[in-house]
Unconditional design. Structure first.
Lengths: 312, 384, 278
């Protein structure tokens, strides 16, 4: 179908038609906006407010306490013994370590898998389907699957180790963070690989054909040609995954519970709010997490200058 | 009932310059009116204003005597055939034709009857259960037309309907549209195109639109009249150059003397006689002479009035005619349309002559002087 | 010779990747059919070890596993329906009508997809109590909108934007109201996208854990992810009923895996569209 190029895609003049459309736009948007405010913006604001009170789980209307959940003896930072509450510090450190390590491994692995899926070979669609399976497995189930396989006494990994003459390892207790990273890598690499594959598919083929004619080594082709070309898409994928990883909860909780050595920032919040019942303090932690993610997102957007559908 | 009137209509986008201005047109009921002009002239915009898809910045648009500026498109009694046909891809031909009526909650029996009548008129009977993607370009075109017919509008709008068809299909469909118009007396048709041939053959009236600076200077409408009117009595140099293919030849000249019946001019070293009324213009006035390629012939004695000399630069053999492009002694390229069996060769020295009655004369600002010799156009006004 | 080496290495790599991807789930299927001692020492496996005892144990009285599957189905289906309805209507406005603040709104919606779930927990907890949705299975539909709406709206807006304008104008000439245009003309053209987005929303709702854990406390009302995490009553790793756990995992994952294999292309399309445009 031919799309005429002369006019903007929507009439912007104030005619009967355009005015009617704008009025209907309001009606069409209202339900979604109402729900979004209800589930996102209102609760967020409320959490912000609660973080400034001493609210408890059974008494949500606490007293205003200013920033004492954030700073000071009962706060997250500058508690008098140090510049940061130790449990909170552990949670932050765990989350950061998890995010960086996990995303780094995922990116490298996903690159390899994407390159593999980009080459033509027999059975490629079957392999693609197989690679997608981990993504389809619910996070909780993935955690349990690996928990089972890594189990010290009966896990298949340890059984294999024993057969080969090695000692059994209690993975989830001795190497909890690595176990968590393993599960996350297993589950999320397919998604990253898909994104990278999409970017690879959009590359012009002639570069490769020229390189092949010139007899350039494939590794060099990858480093000098492919990588620079997919760098923007790769950067976007990595950033989004990083921001996502900072919010991690499910994997860590199911695999290792609320143990201090692996608890994430989200886990910390939940623990404070619903196990300790300290809603005010928990809300302060969740606000800090939100600010961290918001700051990273804004910084990234400024750098990338993302533009999304400029309106009239 | 329905006549279409543009009353001092203009249009601008936001606060920018006007893209259409000073449009005053009166289109009678049952007329086939073609909007034509160079790209960017706004002909499609004008059509869309009639449809109600674009708003009117100033002035009034009346259909059947009624002001329609604020009316919704579906209330104006019009139907439109889009350039890309815009058929609903997921509906069969029958459903496409019936959709508008269904929206208006017409009775199912009535819908069926109207759809089948339209299908029969356009020879779509066997295709009613097909989807648009299973149809050829020409068939889709007919469904688009059928969709408009079914609504029984008082004004039909066509937005460059033939431009997506190949040459042969274009001629065929052009005839069908002409036949359609003949079969629906009383229905006004507005047709937008950039193709002259369509305009000349289909139109009862042509609206030729200006573009660029001319719009600001003179308004959007360059000329409004019957096709042959525009051909024989162009209002200005732009109209004269636009209508007719190959394009009219223009020669700069100086007026020597003029009477109400005849004017004498000199272009370079050549004397010209033209049957125009240039009385009142002083000697030495700068003018331009216009001679259509089909009105010029090779031959004549150099030095005589209305005779130019030069060498053949290019020859285009078209079979039914030959276009001989002559590089005149002054440097200008002059096109002559000769018979199909003309055998001129590049480099040949030739002369070109024309009859005084076929010479158009234009003022420096582009406006034409009235022609005094009656041309073949039946509606042409003969000046004294 | 180098070509052969390269091809061999490539094939080994493919095998490794496929093995790594499929083994855990395959192994789960395998062990779910094992009973007794064989489960705990694979060297004791013999033909008689196989059976469906684990599966039967899941549905015995007193277990809520079957109920949790129904719960998850209800919630996921409702979430998909609601998200698509809200998403399609919003996308029509955002994708085809120019109005002041449209860019800002789109950015705000994108921002929501970056919210950490815990950031809204306290407020959401309060809200659900206020609306009487706390501890009710279907009550989860509301908080789930938090993560299904943003990408639904974004992806649908992108596709709405690409629909031809002349089609809409023809419908206007035919006398259609904006709602009629959406329903009669655009929706039929968009249904592949709706399927993709619906699938992604379904998977997201099915898998969600944090809200399901926190907002539903009664056994009969839990969704599948929480039910699985509670099998064995949260005992230490050594005492967990692994056979039952694997059986549950298989039951829960099999439909999703089947869905992925069948709708592979659509899912890929939906994921990449959302990510690239986002």
């Amino acid at each position: 179908m031919v799309k005429t190029l002369e006019r903007p895609a929507e009439t912007t003049s104030a005619s009967g038609l355009a005015r009617q459309r704008r009025r209907s736009a309001l009606a069409f948007l209202a339900p979604m906006v109402v729900v979004l405010v209800l589930v996102a913006f209102a609760p967020l604001a409320r959490s912000l407010w609660l973080s400034l009170t001493d609210a408890k789980i059974d008494n949500l209307s606490g007293q205003f306490v200013g920033l004492s959940n954030y700073v000071g003896e009962y706060g997250l930072f500058f508690t008098g013994d140090g510049w940061i509450d130790p449990r909170w510090a552990t949670a932050v450190g765990n989350t950061l370590r998890f995010a960086v390590v996990s995303v780094a491994i995922e990116t490298v692995l996903a690159l390899a898998v994407a390159l593999m899926l980009d080459t033509e070979f027999r059975g490629r669609s079957l392999v693609t389907a197989a690679v997608l399976v981990p993504w389809a497995v619910p996070t909780v189930v993935s955690a349990k699957l690996w928990d089972w396989m890594l189990q010290q006494q009966f896990g298949v990994v340890n059984l294999a180790l024993a057969q080969l003459g090695y000692e059994r390892i209690a993975f989830t207790t001795e190497y909890p963070m690595w176990s968590v990273v393993l599960v996350d890598v297993w589950k999320t690499t397919p998604f990253m690989a898909l994104l990278i594959l999409a970017a690879l598919k959009m590359l012009p083929r002639d570069c490769y054909e020229a390189a092949r004619v010139d007899g350039v080594h494939p590794v060099k082709v990858f480093l000098r040609v492919t990588l620079p070309l997919i760098r923007p898409a790769l950067a976007v994928a990595v950033i989004f995954r990083l921001l996502d990883a900072l919010r991690v909860f499910d994997v860590i909780y199911v695999l290792t519970g609320s143990t201090e050595s692996t608890i994430s920032m989200s886990g910390f919040v939940r623990d404070q709010m619903f196990e300790n019942g300290d809603v005010g303090f928990g809300s302060a932690a969740s606000t800090v997490l939100f600010i961290v993610i918001a700051a990273c997102t804004l910084a990234y957007m400024k750098v990338a200058r993302v533009r999304a559908g400029e309106g009239a | 009932m329905a006549e279409l009137v543009f009353d001092n209509v203009s249009k601008r986008y936001g606060k920018g310059a006007e893209v259409l201005r000073d449009i005053d047109l009166s289109i009678a009921q049952g007329e086939f009116c073609v909007f034509i002009g160079p790209s960017g002239c706004g002909k499609s915009t004008m059509l869309r204003m009639i449809a109600g898809l674009e708003d009117i910045s100033a002035g009034e648009l009346r259909i059947g005597g009624q002001r329609v500026n604020e009316m919704a498109p579906s209330e104006r009694g019009i139907a439109m055939v889009f350039q890309s046909y815009a058929l609903y891809p997921h509906m069969t031909v029958y459903e496409n034709l019936a959709f508008g009526l269904k929206v208006r909650k017409a009775d199912r029996a009535a819908i069926d009857q109207k759809v089948r009548n339209a299908a029969r008129a356009l020879q779509l009977d066997g295709l009613l259960e097909r989807l648009p993607r299973e149809l050829s370009g020409g068939q889709r075109q007919r469904v688009a037309i059928g969709r408009a017919i079914v609504r029984e509008p008082r004004v039909f709008l066509f937005d460059e309907p033939l431009s997506n068809l190949d040459a042969e299909l274009r001629v065929q469909t052009r005839l069908e549209i002409a036949r359609l118009h003949a079969g629906m007396p009383g229905t006004t048709m507005i047709y937008v195109t950039h193709d002259q041939v369509e305009a000349m053959t289909l139109a009862d009236k042509i609206v030729l639109l200006n573009s660029g600076d001319a719009v600001q200077r003179e308004g959007s409408v360059a000329q409004f009249g019957a096709p042959l009117d525009l051909y024989h009595h162009p209002a200005n140099r732009f109209v004269a150059g636009f209508i007719g293919s190959p394009k009219m030849n223009f020669i700069d000249a100086e007026l020597e003397s003029a009477t109400p019946h005849e004017a004498l001019a000199r272009a370079g070293g050549t004397a010209f006689v033209a049957r125009v009324d240039a009385a009142g213009s002083p000697r030495g006035t700068r003018i331009a002479l216009g001679i259509r390629p089909e009105h010029a012939v090779l031959g004549g004695v150099a030095g005589q009035p209305n005779t130019l000399a030069g060498t053949v630069a290019f020859v285009e053999q078209l079979g039914e005619s030959t276009c001989v492009h002559v590089r005149l002694d002054g440097g200008l390229l002059f096109t002559v349309r000769e018979r199909g069996d003309a055998r001129n060769r590049v480099g040949e020295t030739v002369t070109v002559r024309c009859d005084p009655a076929d010479v158009h004369v234009f003022r420096a600002d582009g406006r034409s002087f009235a022609r005094t010799r009656d041309a073949a156009a039946p509606q042409a006004l003969a000046r004294a | 010779m180098r070509g052969h080496m390269r091809r061999f290495a490539f094939r080994v790599f493919v095998a490794l990747v496929v093995g790594f991807a499929l083994f855990p789930f395959g192994f789960a299927v395998f062990t779910s059919f094992l009973g007794g001692n064989a489960l705990y020492d694979l060297r004791d496996v013999e033909a008689s070890s196989f059976g469906i005892a684990n599966y039967r144990a899941l549905f015995e009285s007193g277990q809520y596993f079957g109920q949790s599957i129904l719960n998850s189905l209800q919630v996921a289906a409702t979430v998909v329906g609601l998200s698509l309805l809200l998403g399609v209507t919003a996308a029509y406005a955002l994708g085809r009508i120019a109005f002041r603040g449209r860019g800002l709104l789109l950015m705000a919606i994108l921002a929501v997809s970056m919210f950490p779930q815990v950031a809204v927990m306290a407020g959401m907890y309060e809200l659900m109590h206020a609306l009487g949705l706390y501890n009710r299975t279907l009550g989860l539909v509301l908080p789930y909108m938090l993560f299904t709406l943003p990408f639904t709206v974004w992806v649908l807006t992108t596709f709405m934007r690409d629909l031809p304008r002349e089609l809409e104008e023809a419908a206007v000439m035919d006398g259609c109201s904006p709602w009629r245009i959406l329903v009669s003309v655009f929706l039929p053209l968009l249904w592949p996208v709706l399927v993709s987005v619906g699938l992604l929303a379904f998977v997201a709702a099915w898998n969600e854990f944090l809200f399901a854990l926190t907002f539903v406390n009664q056994d009969a009302g839990r969704t599948v992810p929480v039910a699985i995490s509670l099998i064995g009553g949260g005992a230490t790793s050594r005492e967990l009923p692994w056979g039952k756990l694997m059986a549950a995992s298989v039951l829960v994952t099999l439909p999703l895996v089947a869905m992925v294999l069948v709708f592979q292309k659509k899912i890929v399309a939906g994921l990449t569209a959302g990510a690239i445009k986002g």
